[in-house]
Design a protein around this ligand. Structure first.
Ligand code: MLT
Length: 260
């Protein structure tokens, strides 16, 4: 059996459990703004994935499924039930894997600025180039080039504090964590069939200005189990750029579906 990694976490509030998974080169502080808005009315748990934040790094060569199983082990150990699980971008890939393998523990889930599609051949080559770059030059330069692509043009020009915060969080990522995540994302499977299954409610959030994952790659499923939220002014980082809108979308989805 693949090694399970114990995840660092933070929790606050009471009510329906909302579990939040950060994206690539992020950590639990990615969710600080959203957490502050949700925790007065919900039980909010934020995680650090392997090699990110305060969670230890392990040798690269693991998969998105391995990362999802870390989350499942955490859920089991904490005895959490009827969870509403949301993942930002890479966190969305992990969320979809959990929804595939462990639907019974979820009340609903939401990939945020994410997609069920696998990497294109070009994206796979870019991941491999990223692995070489981090191996040769370290994390700082990689993150410095990554961060500006994550936000909208408006954020890039006017919200220097957001850029600074994303950079500070990103460079804390362990090199093994960056390389391991790049390889896991490169090798991930097509998970479209997971959100096409209507057993569980799904929330899809996309940013109209997202240059990493466009709304067309997020909104690829329809049905009465699907709720879509397009935040026109957000880039890939609605959780920083438009936290009010992202938090509102999550809260109303959770409140609506916890009544069922
Ligand atoms: C992320 O923010 O997690 C990444 O942009 C996801 C990806 O590179 O596919």
């Amino acid at each position: 059996m693949a090694e399970r990694v114990k995840l660092a976490y933070r929790e606050s509030g009471e009510g329906e459990t909302i579990l939040l998974i950060h994206g690539f080169c992020g950590n639990k502080d990615y969710w600080k703004e959203v957490e502050a808005r949700l925790s007065p009315s919900h039980h909010v748990v934020v995680l650090d994935m392997r090699g990110h934040g305060e969670t230890k790094a392990v040798e690269p060569g693991y998969s998105i499924h391995d990362m999802a199983e870390d989350v499942f082990a955490f859920i089991e150990e904490k005895g959490l039930q009827n969870i509403f699980l949301f993942g930002h971008s890479m966190g969305g890939y992990i969320t979809l894997d959990l929804a595939k393998h462990h639907p019974a523990i979820l009340g609903g889930y939401g990939p945020i600025h994410s997609t069920a599609y696998p990497d294109s051949e070009e994206a796979k080559k870019n991941r491999s180039a990223g692995v070489s770059k981090v191996s040769q030059q370290g994390v700082d330069l990689f993150v410095k080039e990554l961060v500006p692509k994550l936000v909208s043009e408006r954020t890039r020009k006017t919200e220097k504090d957001v850029i600074k915060k994303l950079f500070e969080i990103g460079i804390e990522t362990n090199p093994k964590g960056v390389i391991g995540a790049l390889m896991a994302m490169r090798n991930r499977e097509d998970l479209t069939h997971v959100w096409e299954n209507d057993r569980l409610p799904v929330l899809l959030v996309a940013g109209g200005q997202d240059e990493v994952i466009s709304p067309e790659k997020t909104f690829t499923v329809n049905g009465s189990h699907v709720t879509k939220a397009l935040i026109e002014e957000a880039g890939h980082m609605g959780i920083f750029e438009t936290p009010d809108e992202v938090s509102r979308a999550i809260a109303s989805f959770v409140d609506e579906n916890s009544k069922k």
